[in-house]
Design a protein. Structure first.
Length: 65
């Protein structure tokens, strides 16, 4: 089962829970950022992980060199 991501619905559902009032002028930017975050999540979800994989306890950028 797949669902289309609806950033407008996310804003409408989450903003009141967080006590936020969204200025209509900012809404397009929020939608754009949520779409980018969702696209990044889709890429990360496709990465194969071993069943025993664990998150690193400390991020060390020098390890990326």
């Amino acid at each position: 089962m797949t669902h289309d991501f609806d950033p407008e619905a996310v804003i409408d559902a989450v903003a009141p829970m967080l006590g936020l009032t969204i200025d209509p002028a900012y809404r397009p930017g929020i939608v754009q950022n949520l779409r980018a975050a969702e696209a990044a999540m889709r890429c990360m979800a496709l990465a194969p992980l071993d069943d025993m994989a664990e998150p690193a306890p400390v991020f060390r950028p020098e390890a990326l060199k």
